[in-house]
Design a protein around this ligand. Structure first.
Ligand code: SAH
Length: 457
């Protein structure tokens, strides 16, 4: 239909649905509008920003009647900041939204039915959960230092040093770094001119150990008066590691390869369950420690290990799932494409004295077929935890050849999960259980754990 609407018109909308990015969806005269920050049940006034043939985007101007699920966001910059998308939604409603999204994708994209869908496992306190944050540093038009987060889809920095989903200690660290920069006249990095020094501040905290790591990512190889910075930061209780990371490239990639130690250790430690991990500024590590245990416990439950199984953990990262499962399996093999992550995995196995594991560097879709065909490796259980694009088809085909009794699929994108499950279910596997785990409260992201069994078992 052709719309009568024009850009900048104001419309009244009843929000009836939610999009995958968390935006509210409402209709005016049968024409669909997407409105960021509006939630199901709201009646709102919105200004039309962009019109397409069949739909448009509008900006929330005023909530006329709030939804019963609407709450006051904890964060004063929740709307501007690109980090959170659904802070204005009651937490129970966030969980229900995530469950519906997973279920819809499995049903619509995967054509799947007949599985047990469990409620998304949420957090008791869905704030202050992130153990890692990377704050961009820049300056405003008057030359003042600004530290915060990027606004959605841009590199404009929204000032915020006390993010409510981050560690409470972050604010103090950032204020000390800012004061040090001001005092020593150290300029933030300027993306446009590739000038200035400090690009990002990375902060990591150990959930169980309370250790703190600060890493300044710099466009250079040193900073003036580093001792003064260390002296200030070391006053913060738990401070364990202060380093520099060198990144002189003109790139959006945050971290460079090189770490220069300034004070304390180069790593911090933390635990997932009983397993201890050493984490460097460059390591991949799950960001929500409270929920990660629940995620891995669910994966363990679906793997149904009794101690005699040989397990493959594909896309294993630093081997966290491998080491978690190794405590209950006969032997676990992990595969990961990033060599540094496998070095971490091996070291973590060592420091925990876990010996029934072996790690391989390479593409899962190459290592698994090779090990199966050349070396005849077997698997009772295969666990996969791929990036958003899901599993490579070659990998799924090898899984089908290997015929493990059970497959556990951990996914951060339920659309590609649905596609891959369809393939496995068309070829001898049965989808049994599906459970979301809310690793990222206040955002639209959700992790899903799925258990499949080989048919006729
Ligand atoms: N299971 C881990 C990490 C999962 S994230 C954990 O729970 O912490 C997905 C991982 O897959 C990343 O570490 C990424 O580097 C890796 N990866 C991406 N493509 C891959 C491929 N083709 N083969 C093996 N690993 C891959």
């Amino acid at each position: 239909m052709k719309s009568e609407f024009k850009k900048d018109d104001c419309v009244t909308l009843h929000i009836e649905d939610i999009g995958t990015g968390g935006e509210g969806i409402g209709k005016a005269d049968g024409f669909t509008f997407f409105v960021k920050d509006a939630i199901v049940g709201d009646v709102i006034e919105a200004k039309i920003m962009k019109l397409k043939k069949n739909y448009g985007y509008a900006r929330l101007m005023k909530v006329l009647t709030p939804s019963k699920d609407r709450v006051e966001p904890k964060c004063p910059v929740a709307r501007q900041c690109g980090g959170c998308q659904i802070q204005e939604m009651r937490y129970e409603a966030q969980l229900a939204f995530k469950q519906k999204m997973v279920q819809n994708n499995l049903e619509r994209i995967g054509g799947l039915s007949d599985f047990e869908m469990y409620p998304v496992i949420g957090m008791e306190t869905p704030y202050a959960y992130r153990n890692k944050a990377q704050f961009p540093v820049g300056e405003d038009k008057d030359g003042n230092i600004v530290i915060g987060f990027y606004a959605g889809r841009t590199h404009h920095i929204v000032e915020q040093t006390d993010c409510c989903i981050g560690a409470p200690e972050n604010g103090e660290v950032l204020r000390k770094v800012k004061a040090y920069m001001q005092k020593n006249q150290i300029r933030p990095y300027n993306e446009e001119h590739h000038s200035g020094i400090v690009r990002h501040i990375l902060i990591r905290t150990g959930y169980h150990t309370k250790e703190i790591m600060v890493c300044l990512i710099i466009n250079g190889t040193s900073i003036p008066n580093a001792e003064a910075l260390c002296r200030q930061l070391a006053k913060i209780s738990g401070m364990t590691s202060i380093t520099l990371n060198v990144n002189k490239k003109q790139t959006n990639v945050i971290l460079g390869d090189k770490i220069l130690p300034l004070w304390g250790k180069e790593t911090i430690t933390d635990y997932i369950g009983d397993v201890k991990y050493q984490i460097s500024p460059l390591s991949f590590y799950q960001v929500n420690p409270v929920q990660t245990v629940k995620l891995y416990q669910t994966a363990l439950e679906y793997a149904q290990l009794d101690g005699n199984e040989t397990v493959w953990d594909l896309y294993c990262g630093i081997g966290t799932i491998s080491l978690f499962l190794a405590q209950k399996a006969k032997f676990v093999r992990g595969v990961e494409i990033v060599p540094a992550a496998i070095e971490d995995a091996k070291r973590n196995a060592q420091i925990n004295h876990i010996e029934n594991v072996e790690f391989f560097v390479g593409k899962a879709e190459e290592v698994l077929p090779r090990e199966y065909e050349k070396n005849g490796v077997y698997a009772d259980v295969i666990v996969v935890d791929p990036p958003r694009k899901g599993c490579d088809e070659m990998l799924l085909k090898t899984i089908l050849k290997m015929q493990p009794k059970r497959v556990v699929y951990v996914s951060c994108d339920s659309a590609t999960l649905a596609r891959d499950l369809r393939f496995l279910c068309d070829n001898g596997y049965e989808l049994k259980k599906v459970c979301g785990v809310d690793q990222f409260p206040q955002t639209v992201h959700v992790e899903t754990v799925v258990g499949l069994h080989r048919k006729n078992m």
